[in-house]
Design a binder for this molecule. Structure first.
Ligand SMILES: *Cc1c(COP(=O)(O)O)cnc(C)c1O
Length: 433
């Protein structure tokens, strides 16, 4: 039996960094990634046969727990009838209808194969539909790895961003304005300066890619108002939050109607499905109806759509989100009370089935505040929990995910482990406290 370390060594010879997506490499916490052999419900088992309670959940899709029997069966049944046709299927209509029915802001939806494709195309569509060039994104929000979105704030206020990736020419991001999350004044100033040129705002309506950061009261409402006033489109990137925080995503919780919504993760139930949608008036700009081009060989793939449909049907069960929300809150509150009892500066927050934990006295509201938390304390906590069989995301800048199979016993086991780890941790003075 190969160990995790042996597999990592071997993987690193044939795959850059040994992984097919960078955060999996454990670079920000150090140590050896666990190579997963199988997963059921709230658990994953690594190549060495060790079991972990899993709070990564494939970074969001595993809302029903891993390998839900109905989802597995749907995939098996679909696979028997052929893996891909490159022609339309009835199941795609069913998934599209289901998504539209759940999210009243969408009259039409196009299926793609990833969140990156969904956001990249939503931006292109916003530009095509408005005839404008500039876009606004927020520091710390992640919208996939399209060139124009791999950007961080420039040095001055209201300057266009700098690429965060080699291989992205500065010219490719010169139309991307990067502002602070939860800073509505900054957005107002941007519209004052560039209003006529701004095609869209793209925002994670609850941010889950800089740990968990919630919008302040009035922030999303303000974005809606500014977009409407200036003729720009508001894009809610609900790739993570869609069907994760509640039955209608953040738009359902807030009642705010975006012009475009991007989805992925939960809607594929662990298979590659993404989507973007909005009003029929905006969606008519997409090919073959309109001049904004988008296509995909495996878009609407029958096996992936089967997993998505089965998942979407199961999460529509009465009480599903009440249970998920309660379990996630038990975890977050339990972690916070045990850490504080141990004398640590620690906070936790939750919404629906996602949670954040921060080695800081307060729940942060921006990337700068998240970055001020104690990363070394997180690293220690992460590894001590991993040793005890609890797998959190290997980064202090990622949200955590609870599934419907994280029952009371699983949460209790997690909290018992955390209590022991917290007691062992020396209080490190909080940076920026
Ligand atoms: C994960 C994520 C993406 C990218 O989705 P992929 O399927 O990984 O390409 C985009 N936006 C948000 C908010 C995400 O969480």
């Amino acid at each position: 039996m190969a160990t995790n370390a042996e597999l990592f060594e071997r993987a690193s010879r044939s795959i850059p960094g040994g992984v097919n997506s960078p955060v999996r490499a454990f670079r920000s916490v150090g140590g050896t990634p666990r190579f997963i052999a199988r997963a059921v419900g709230p658990y994953v088992w690594d190549a060495e046969g060790k079991r972990y309670i899993d709070y990564v959940g494939s970074w969001g899709p595993a809302i029903l727990g891993h390998a839900h029997p109905d989802v597995v069966r749907a995939v098996q049944e679909a696979a028997v009838h052929g893996l891909s046709f490159g022609a339309p299927t009835e199941a795609e209509i069913e998934l599209a209808e289901l998504l539209i029915q759940r999210l009243p802001s969408m009259e039409q939806v196009r299926l793609v194969s990833s969140g990156t494709e969904a956001t990249m195309t939503a931006i292109r569509l916003a530009r095509g539909a408005t005839g404008r060039k500039k876009i606004i994104k927020f520091e710390g929000c992640y919208h996939g790895h399209a060139d124009s979105l791999l950007v961080k704030a420039g040095s001055g206020l209201l300057t266009f961003g700098n690429p965060t990736s080699a291989g992205v020419p500065a010219e490719f991001v010169e139309h991307t304005l990067v502002l602070d999350y939860n800073d509505l004044d900054g957005v107002g100033a941007a519209f004052e300066e560039y209003g006529e040129d701004i095609a869209c705002i793209i925002v994670e309506p609850v941010a889950g890619n800089m740990n968990l950061v919630k919008p302040r009261a009035g922030f999303l409402e303000g974005l809606r108002e500014l977009c409407t006033r200036h003729g720009a489109l508001l894009i809610f990137d609900e790739v993570m939050t869609g069907f994760r925080v509640g039955p209608q995503g953040v738009q359902g919780l807030t009642g705010i109607k975006p012009d475009l919504t991007t989805l992925a993760k939960v809607i594929g139930g662990g298979m590659p499905v993404g989507a973007f949608g909005g009003s029929a008036d905006v969606m008519r700009h997409i090919a073959p109806l309109g001049g904004v081009y988008q296509a995909g060989t495996l878009s609407g793939n029958p096996v992936a759509v089967a997993a998505g449909l089965a998942t979407m049907r199961l999460i529509a069960a009465p009480g599903f989100y009440e249970h998920l929300t309660a379990q996630t809150r038990k975890l977050a509150e339990g972690l916070q009370s045990r850490a504080r009892a141990a004398g640590l500066a620690f906070s936790a927050d939750a919404i629906g089935g996602m949670f954040g934990m921060y080695f800081s006295a307060h729940v942060p509201a921006s990337l700068a505040e998240v970055s001020a938390a104690d990363v070394n304390a997180f690293k220690h906590f992460f590894h001590a929990m991993l040793d005890r069989g609890v797998h959190f995301a290997p980064s202090a800048f990622e949200a955590g995910f609870v599934s419907a199979t994280h029952d009371d016993a699983v949460i209790e086991e997690t909290l018992d482990a955390a209590e022991a780890v917290f007691k062992d941790m020396k209080q490190v003075p909080e940076i920026g406290a």
